[in-house]
Design a protein around this ligand. Sequence first.
Ligand code: SF4
Length: 354
Amino acid sequence: MLRSADLLELGVNADEIRKKLHPESIVTFVVDRNINYTNVCINKCRFCAFWRDADSPEAYLLDKDTLFKKIEETIALGGTQILLQGGLHPSLNIDYYKDLLRSIKERFEINIHGFSPPEICYIADSADITLRETLGLLNEAGLDSMPGGGAEILSDRVREILSPKKIRSARWLEVMETAHTLGMKTTATMMFGSIEKPEDIIIHLDSIRELQDRTGGFTAFIPWSFQPGNTELKNKKAQGKTGKDKAYKAGNLPETVEYPATAVDYLRVLAISRIYLDNIENIQASWVTQGLKMAQVALRFGANDFGSTMIEENVVASTGVSYCVSKEDIVCAIRSAGFKPVQRDTCYNLIREY
Ligand code: SF4
């Protein structure tokens, strides 16, 4: 199917499954803000344009006042959630994270959707405690649910090239399973369109499907395509430069990406995700990487959710891809695609119809 199925047939099949799961013809979205508390990260993934070294002039760690102000603005705009994510900062420990969560919860009534599995593992390893203990402590301090970031492709062959320092697939799945058994809901993501093969995508979908069968803890699946701008993985020829990149010289694989995923690739992967993951209720369209117009088309290829309004977004924007979109734009895009726009909360409870 990934290699050769007819695209429109895939779309029809995915749309049928979407209709069975969501017969009411609504498309949901959440009003939230991405707060990236730091861009300092020791992992230095090759597909990421966001990270900085601790001594870079562009490195930052948000202070509490700035963070609180961002949350106040989010609530004023009708926001119900903050997505709190950052790099793996070598100077932060579990006490920092517990204090941060507590101080937010003391001041605001807002869902904290935070810390993807690589951050959780980093916090656990620095504190020398188990994943279960770490998640339990963070949950107690105010962490409500978790985003499915850091998955990229759950195939270690690919991870060794894309992000050699990042946690491997089994560990990503272990964090999610532990969170689910503690009662925390999470999403799952997949970044495709870099150096993976169709088989790697199937391994990824299968791992997510298998875990979902056991725990039921994933609320949504979000496939999005690699954005090469400003990343080490971008083909050097495409940047008008010659020579091998640093990772290649260091003995890693020489693969770079010359042609990122097209709109057709996106729709194909999206439709197959809807078909394969029929045990996950919601599939998100990624307007952040595809733009609003493609996100509208995605609603006929299996997606039933527009994700977040993202009052602020920094990670994809670092690659040079940035769509300026308001809540009104999202409402209008959903309506003109033939669906009823409805604001939801993190757990997909419906809040307000438009
Ligand atoms: S993707 Fe995440 S873990 Fe990798 S370098 Fe970027 S911020 Fe760090």
